[in-house]
Write a protein that binds this ligand. Structure first.
Ligand SMILES: [Zn+2]
Length: 289
């Protein structure tokens, strides 16, 4: 090989590495994962998380968690927590099953790292329950990503949604054409940024369009945010199915899929309502990358 062809080869390599590849896979940069504090849920009747009467007479304190993922110029919120108006009430809100509290709103937390609601480019919800969709209206520029089956509950099967822990206010939000225009309904798994690093994993059963989030971090490895596939550690160990789930068979199949995915990828699994899991992630505004 003469000098000219060696130079030519080197030029091609240079062109690929420095000119072609940055516009492709690395456009979205190394993802960063932040966990937000989205409140606490004292479960006054833990048996709502068992369709086999496993927790009769028991109570438990869980957390409501939300997550912020940065990828280049994109800011993705995964779940939007309990409604922020709960923060205005000193002792939160209480019904026969849950005592809900919020101490700091998502918008207040974003402000502490210099972000305003308009900076959020994507909002994705694991599912439509009230404690995962509380502030969905607060991010005017965001594309809202959810499974088609969940979107159908918000827009077509609203009576079923209302009877199954969806918030009336959120159903009303999605009844408006201008808000429907912001929604990107998806089916099955979904690669958010086209580089395989941030993916929704379809896990129907808790609700018809329930999903988890898998994030492949460059330095910290793979993290999987469970959605509500399980609500606390013991719920996973006993392969339990909450009585409030939409489909038992789908739930068990989804548990099997998620367990195998965690095992095969060596992922750190964060059960989103489990306080001891959420504490494994650094407290905001620290992050994993
Ligand atoms: Zn749920």
């Amino acid at each position: 090989m003469n000098m000219k062809s060696i130079f030519g080869l080197f030029s091609c390599f240079f062109l690929f590495v420095f000119c072609v590849s940055p516009a492709g896979a690395e456009e979205y940069g190394k993802p960063k994962l932040y966990r937000l504090d989205c409140g606490s849920i004292e479960v006054l009747n833990l048996n709502v998380f068992s369709d086999t009467d496993q927790y009769v007479g028991q109570t438990k304190t869980l957390v409501s968690s939300c997550y912020l993922i940065n990828a280049g110029t994109n800011w993705l919120l995964w779940d939007t927590g309990l409604p922020s108006e709960i923060a205005k009430e000193e002792d939160g809100q209480k019904n026969e099953s849950f005592h809900l509290k919020v101490t700091k709103t998502i918008v207040e937390q974003l402000d502490s790292i210099g972000l305003v609601p308009e900076d959020i480019t994507h909002v994705a919800i694991s599912h439509g329950h009230f404690d995962h969709t509380g502030n969905i209206e607060a991010f005017p520029n965001a594309t809202i990503i959810m499974q088609q089956a969940e979107y159908d509950l918000f827009t077509k099967y609203t009576d079923i949604a209302k009877a199954n822990h969806f918030n009336d206010k959120t159903i009303e939000f999605f009844s408006k054409k201008e808000n429907q225009a912001k929604v990107k309904p998806i089916t099955k798994d979904y690669d958010f940024f086209g580089n395989g690093r941030v993916k929704a994993i379809s896990l129907p059963g808790h609700t018809p369009g329930h999903m988890a989030l898998k994030i492949d971090l460059v330095n910290s490895g793979t993290v999987i945010l469970s959605g509500d596939q399980w609500h606390f550690i013991e719920n996973r160990v006993s392969n339990g199915v909450p009585s409030l789930n939409s489909d038992r068979v789908q739930t068990l199949a989804s548990s099997d899929r998620l367990n195998k995915l965690v095992q095969n990828t060596g992922a750190k699994l964060i059960i989103q309502h489990e306080p001891t899991h959420v504490e494994l992630l650094p407290a905001f505004p620290e992050f994993l990358d």
